[in-house]
Every structure is written in structure tokens, then in C-alpha cells.
Design a binder for this molecule. Structure first.
Ligand code: NAP
Length: 295
């Protein structure tokens, strides 16, 4: 039997719970630091590791979950969709979004959840960003854009404008959002096609990977379309201050980094795995300050 160090006492214990993030690549993931920090702060006897895993290797992880060697996992790129057929149960949010980022085990059964959309929603709430009735420009149309679109739809966004490099993916995202929220208006557009009235009041959410480390000076939005009256959310968290975030701040726009979303999706995973509101015990500001240094 594996021996693990008890966080509180320093002793080894077989009762320690084991969690992990799986994906490819995962070496850069902030999740182990985040989870270990919370375990330590709250005195929870648990460990969290990063496991490099391809789709082919996923059945091994399933075995480890069902046998109790792992008590729960987070799932990251490129596995968020491909793990779904392996699950016994998944909730209505997974069904709508078509992606899983958190798996829990109960009685050897695997339960799939999506906490990315919860993370985005909580980040909005905490930053006091109102989206009810708003027009939102989603930049990007990959996996994260689906969770963001779902969260915005759940919070009554009235109109979406999707801007993405590949039109086909923008069309797929449009159809997905419309299938869940048939009453919203959705346009697929280009920056140069937007009129000033739309730009003036827009909530812009960057869901592309443009601006991520190491390309920290790339901006997913041409700067001439950024205005002080907008609200800008960049869901990228590495770097903490992306080029889009920095430009937004320099012109006085309300800006939000992707780190709160990351933290809240992780805390929602804790609540699912432990079946209690662990997230309420965590000091967000402290945790964010701790993580910023690793972004
Ligand atoms: P994804 O499925 O691979 O989608 C990537 C998106 O970025 C696509 O829309 C893609 O456009 C666009 N893109 C990539 N390179 C581009 C370029 N050079 N020019 C224009 N567009 C480009 O990835 P994802 O899972 O959606 O993740 C996207 C970002 O969100 C990542 O940076 C990730 O770290 C971040 N994220 C953050 C959180 C959080 O908790 N804060 C959670 C999830 C993801 P095409 O469709 O044209 O390829």
C-alpha cells in the first residue's frame, strides 16, 4: 500500500485522499498548487498531483478511480469531451455544455460534472459584473467558450456576438447556445463589422488562448476597439495580467483576469468531492495572492 504524508502531523497515512488533474500537457497546471494550498490551510488529509494522460491511457485512470486509488479528478485539455463515454452518470450541465472537467466517485460509479461554468459565474458574481440583459462579445469558440456561453446564458445575457478565427467553430458554438437558450440573439461577426453602439456597452470575454504565456504581448482584440465604457474579462490566467487586461486597465475599463474563474472552478470541485461547502471556508484573496506568483 502506498504511504503518504499526513499534512497536519507529517506522519504517513493510508486514509489520505488522492486527487489529480489529468490532461496533456499538464506540467504547467496551477491546479496542484491550488489544491494543495487549500488542503494545507483547512487541514484536509489529501494529496493532489498532475498526471499526463492521453485518451488511450484514460482507461487506466478509470481503473484507479473505481478501485479507490484515486478519489476524484479534474480533467483538462484535450480530454474534456472524450472522457464522457466512460462515465456512469453526468449532470444536466455536462449534457448541455458537452464537456467534463471534474469526476467524482461514489460506490465505484463515476460522476461527471462541469465546474468551469460555475467558476465563470462565481467570478462574475464576486466582481459584481451584471450580465442580465447585456450584449456580450465572446472572442473564441473552443471548449472554454462553451462553458462561458452557458454561464452567460444562465445569467440572462440577451445577445451574443461571437468572434472567432474559424467560422465553422463559431457556427457550432452559436448552435450549441441556441439549443439551450433558444430566445437569445446571436450574431457571428468580425470586429470591423461592429457598430459603436454595440462596442460602447459591450462585455467582452476573451476565450481564445491568444495572449497566453509565452506570447504575453499578443492581444486577441485589436486595441482600437477597446473603450473605457466596456467590461473586459480575459479568462486566461497565465499571465495574470494579459495584454488585453493591461490595455483595458490602462484606458480605465473594468477588467477581470481568468484567475478567479480558475479558483472558483477548483473550489466547486472540492465541494463535489467532499460533499460539503468547503469553498465557503477558503479566503479567496489569500489564495489568489498565493497563486499570482505562479501565473
Ligand atoms: P481550445 O478549445 O483549444 O480553443 C482555443 C480558442 O482560441 C479557439 O477559439 C481558437 O480559434 C482560438 N485561437 C487559438 N490560437 C489563435 C490565434 N493565433 N488567433 C486567433 N484565435 C486563436 O481551448 P480552450 O479550452 O477553449 O481554452 C482557451 C483559453 O481559455 C486557454 O488560454 C485556457 O487557458 C483558458 N481557460 C481558462 C479557464 C479558467 O478557469 N480561467 C478555464 C478553461 C480555459 P480557432 O477555433 O480558430 O482555432
Amino acid at each position: 500500500m502506498c504511504k503518504f504524508r499526513n499534512i497536519k502531523t507529517g506522519e504517513s497515512t493510508a486514509a489520505m485522499k488522492r486527487f489529480a488533474v489529468i490532461g496533456n500537457p499538464v506540467a504547467h497546471s496551477l491546479s496542484p498548487r491550488l489544491h494543495k494550498y487549500v488542503f494545507k490551510k483547512l487541514g484536509i488529509d489529501a494529496n493532489y498531483s498532475a498526471i499526463q494522460c492521453t485518451e488511450k491511457q484514460f482507461p487506466e485512470i478509470i481503473d484507479r478511480l473505481r478501485s479507490g486509488q484515486l478519489n476524484g479528478i479534474n480533467v483538462t485539455l484535450p480530454l474534456k469531451q472524450s472522457v464522457i463515454p466512460y462515465l456512469d452518470v453526468f449532470d444536466k450541465h455536462v449534457k448541455a455544455i458537452g464537456a467534463v472537467n471534474c469526476i467524482a466517485v461514489k460506490n465505484r460509479k463515476l460522476f461527471g460534472h462541469n465546474t468551469d461554468w460555475i467558476g465563470f459565474q462565481k467570478a462574475l458574481e464576486n466582481a459584481k459584473i451584471q450580465v442580465d440583459g447585456a450584449t456580450c462579445i465572446i472572442v473564441g469558440a473552443g471548449g472554454a467558450a462553451r462553458s462561458v456561453g452557458y454561464a452567460l446564458g444562465m445569467n440572462n445575457v440577451k445577445k451574443f456576438i461571437i468572434i472567432n478565427r474559424t467560422t465553422k467553430r463559431a457556427e457550432d458554438l452559436k448552435q450549441l447556445i441556441l439549443s439551450i437558450f433558444p430566445d437569445v440573439k446571436i450574431d457571428i461577426s468580425k470586429w470591423c463589422e461592429l457598430d459603436l453602439e454595440v462596442l460602447y456597452q459591450a462585455l467582452i470575454v476573451n476565450c481564445t488562448s491568444v495572449g497566453m504565456v509565452p506570447n504575453v504581448n499578443d492581444c486577441p482584440v485589436p486595441e482600437k476597439y477597446l473603450l473605457p465604457s466596456q467590461t473586459i474579462i480575459d479568462i486566461i490566467y497565465s499571465p495574470f495580467r494579459t495584454k488585453l487586461y493591461r490595455v483595458g486597465q490602462s484606458i480605465g475599463t473594468k477588467t477581470l483576469s481568468g484567475l478567479p474563474m480558475l479558483i472558483h472552478q477548483a473550489l466547486a470541485s472540492f465541494d463535489i468531492w467532499f460533499n460539503e461547502p468547503i469553498s465557503e471556508k477558503v479566503q479567496m484573496d489569500e489564495l489568489q495572492d498565493f497563486l499570482k506568483q505562479y501565473c
